[in-house]
Design a protein around this ligand. Structure first.
Ligand code: ATP
Ligand code: MG
Length: 537
C-alpha cells in the first residue's frame, strides 16, 4: 500500500474548531460593538510588511525582532538561486573557469546567462521584481553584454581558440560585466509576518495622510500575529490579537482613561470576571533617561546577584530588568529606584490626571511600578490586564502611550498615540476557565421528513424557517424514524419538526421539544410563533 503521509498542523499553530469558534465569534462581535460605540472604526491590515518597519517600531534590539519574526524574501527563491549562480559563474557541472577553453563550458555559460535574462525579464513583467529605473538599466546592460557574448561564441563556433590571449581577456571582461549588472538588480526587501499590528496601523496612518482627519483617528483591528516563541499554554506561534489605537495631536489624559474604559467595557460585555488592571507611568524623553542612568548605576552594584539575562540588560535595556520573573531577582528588584519618584513635573501631572480620570469612570486599578516598556517611543501611561485561569501566561492585554512612534516612522512630529493589544487566545481561554465561555447550541429545528412525497414540502419549509432566521438541519436523504430522531438528539437540536405523509395531508407538522419530549401538532403559522416563543424563553 502506498505510504500516505498524515499531515498535522505545524508546531505552535492550531485549528480553532466549532463549537469553540462560536466563542471566538462572540468575542470579536462584542469588540466590534463596544469599540464602535466609542467611535472606533475597523482597519484591515496586511499580514506581512517590510521587515524594516518592525525592526524600527518594535525595536531592533528586542527578542521579537532578533529571534521571533518569520522573515522571507518576497521574490521567488528559485530566481535568486539562478542569479547567485550567474554571479559566481556556476553551472551544473562545476564552476566556470575563464581559462577553460573548452567550447562546451563557454556554451553552457552562454545558455545560463540567456536563461537568467529571460527570468528577470519575466519577473519584471509579472511584477515580482520592481520596474525601477535601476532594474531596467541593469537588465538592458545584461542584454547588451549577452549579445556580445553570443557574437563571440558564434565567431569561435568552429575553431578552437586555445592559444588566443584575446579570447581570455574578452571573456574575463564579459563575465565581470555580467556579474556586476546581476548584482545591481534589486530583488526587493525582506518582509516579515507581522508580530504585532501597531507598526502597521501607524504606517497606514502616515501613508494615507490621516492626520488631516478631524479629531482623533480611532482605529481597531483583529487578526493573527506571528512570533517564533516556545509554544505552551497561552503562547503560540500564530496567535490572535484584538487591538485599538488613538492617533492625534492631543495627549490629554482623558484619552488614556477612555481607552482603558473601553477595554474594561469590552471585558464586562463578555462577563470576564476577576480581571485586574495594572497601570504605571514610565515618564518621557525628558525624565526617563536620567532615571534609566540611576537604575543602571544601582544595577551595576548588584550585578553579581543577577541572572545572565538581567546582566546583559544592564547595558542594553535596564528597564527590562524590572519585568524579570526570575525568583532569585525579586528581592533585589524591590529595592531598586522607582520611576514614580523620578518623574518630571509634566509627567507626574499627566499620570495624576489619568488616575483621576479613571476614578471618575469608577475604574479600579493597581499601580505597578515594574510595568515598563523597553522602547524609547513608549512614554507616560502603560497598562496591562491580568486575567484568571491562565497560569504564568496571565497577561491578556498590554497597552500604552507611544507619542514618539509616528515621528520615528516618518510621520508628523505632532501626532501622539496610545493603544492596546488584547491576546484573543488567552481571553478565550480565560472565559472558558471561568465558565463564561458557554455558547448554547444554535440548532432550532431538526426537520425530519418521511416518505418521498414529503420531501418537496420539507425542502420548502426548511427554506421558509431559515428565511425567518431559524437554524435548521434538513436530512439530505430519507432516514428511518428512530435513526433520524436519534441524530436530532445528538446534534442537540431544540426541536424535531416531523413531517410525514399524514401530516402533509392534514397541513400540519408534529413538533417535539427534545428537552422533555413533549409533542404537539401545529399549522405552519402556529409553528413559527411557537419557535419564536421558544427562542425568547
Ligand atoms: P508576554 O509577556 O506574555 O510574552 P508580550 O509583552 O510579549 O506578552 P505584547 O507584545 O504586549 O505581549 O502583546 C499583547 C498581548 O498579546 C499579550 O498581553 C498577550 O495576551 C498576547 N500575546 C503575546 N504573545 C503571545 C503569544 N505568543 N501567544 C498568545 N498570545 C500572545
Ligand atoms: Mg512576549
Amino acid at each position: 500500500m502506498a505510504d500516505r503521509a498524515k499531515f498535522q498542523a505545524i508546531k505552535g499553530v492550531r485549528d480553532i474548531l466549532p463549537p469553540e469558534s462560536a466563542l471566538w465569534n462572540r468575542v470579536e462581535q462584542a469588540a466590534r460593538e463596544v469599540f464602535g460605540t466609542f467611535g472606533f472604526a475597523e482597519i484591515r491590515l496586511p499580514i506581512f510588511e517590510v521587515t524594516e518597519l518592525f525592526a524600527r517600531s518594535v525595536g531592533a534590539d528586542t527578542d521579537i525582532v532578533k529571534k521571533e519574526m518569520f522573515t522571507f524574501d518576497l521574490h521567488a527563491s528559485q530566481d535568486l538561486e539562478v542569479r547567485r549562480d550567474v554571479m559566481i559563474g556556476r553551472r551544473t557541472s562545476g564552476p566556470y573557469d575563464i581559462q577553460d577553453t573548452e567550447l562546451q563550458t563557454v556554451h553552457e555559460a552562454e545558455i545560463q546567462v540567456g536563461v537568467f535574462i529571460q527570468i528577470i525579464d519575466n519577473a519584471i513583467r509579472e511584477d515580482r521584481v520592481a520596474r525601477t529605473s535601476e532594474n531596467v538599466r541593469a537588465l538592458d546592460g545584461l542584454q547588451t553584454l549577452y549579445k556580445q557574448f553570443s557574437a563571440i561564441c558564434e565567431s569561435y563556433r568552429s575553431s578552437f581558440p586555445s592559444e588566443d590571449p584575446k579570447w581570455n581577456t574578452e571573456m574575463q571582461t564579459l563575465f565581470e560585466g555580467i556579474a556586476s549588472y546581476a548584482s545591481k538588480l534589486n530583488f526587493g526587501s525582506l518582509v516579515s509576518l507581522r508580530p504585532e499590528a501597531t507598526a502597521s496601523v501607524v504606517r497606514a496612518y502616515i501613508e494615507h495622510g490621516m492626520q488631516v482627519q478631524p479629531g482623533n483617528v480611532k482605529l481597531y483591528y483583529m487578526g493573527p500575529m506571528f512570533r517564533r516563541e516556545r509554544p505552551q499554554k497561552g503562547r503560540y506561534r500564530q496567535f490572535y490579537q484584538i487591538g485599538a489605537e488613538v492617533l492625534g495631536s492631543s495627549d490629554a489624559p482623558g484619552i488614556d482613561a477612555e481607552v482603558i474604559e473601553m477595554l474594561l467595557a469590552f471585558f464586562e460585555r463578555l462577563k470576564l470576571k476577576g480581571a485586574i488592571l495594572n497601570i504605571n507611568s514610565i515618564g518621557d524623553k525628558n525624565c526617563r533617561p536620567a532615571y534609566v542612568e540611576r537604575l543602571r548605576a544601582e544595577l551595576q552594584v548588584v550585578r553579581e546577584q543577577l541572572g545572565a539575562d538581567s546582566q546583559r540588560r544592564i547595558e542594553t535595556n535596564p528597564l527590562r530588568v524590572l519585568d524579570s520573573k526570575l525568583e532569585s531577582e525579586q528581592a533585589i528588584i524591590e529595592k531598586l529606584p522607582r520611576i514614580a519618584e523620578n518623574l518630571c513635573a509634566e509627567c507626574r501631572a499627566h499620570y495624576d490626571e489619568v488616575k483621576r480620570q479613571l476614578g471618575l469612570r469608577g475604574i479600579t486599578y493597581q499601580e505597578n511600578w515594574r510595568l515598563v516598556r523597553g522602547l524609547d517611543y513608549y512614554m507616560r501611561t502603560t497598562f496591562e490586564i491580568i486575567a484568571p485561569g491562565l497560569g504564568s501566561q496571565n497577561a491578556v492585554c498590554g497597552g500604552g502611550r507611544y507619542d514618539g512612534l509616528v515621528e520615528l516612522l516618518g510621520g508628523p512630529a505632532t501626532t501622539k498615540g496610545i493603544g492596546f493589544a488584547i491576546g484573543t487566545d488567552r481571553l478565550v481561554l480565560s472565559l472558558q476557565e471561568s465558565g463564561a465561555g458557554e455558547v448554547a447550541s444554535g440548532l432550532d429545528v431538526y426537520l425530519a421528513w418521511f416518505g418521498a412525497v414529503t420531501q418537496p414540502a420539507a425542502v420548502k419549509l426548511a427554506r421558509r424557517l431559515r428565511d425567518a432566521g431559524f437554524v435548521v438541519e434538513l436530512p439530505a436523504v430519507e432516514m428511518k424514524f428512530g435513526k433520524s430522531l436519534g441524530l436530532a438528539d445528538r446534534l442537540k437540536a431544540r426541536h424535531a419538526v416531523i413531517l410525514g405523509e399524514d401530516e402533509l395531508a392534514a397541513g400540519v407538522v408534529a413538533v417535539k421539544r427534545l428537552s422533555d419530549g413533549t409533542q404537539q401538532k401545529l399549522s405552519e403559522p402556529d409553528l413559527f410563533s411557537y419557535l419564536r416563543a421558544a427562542r425568547n424563553s
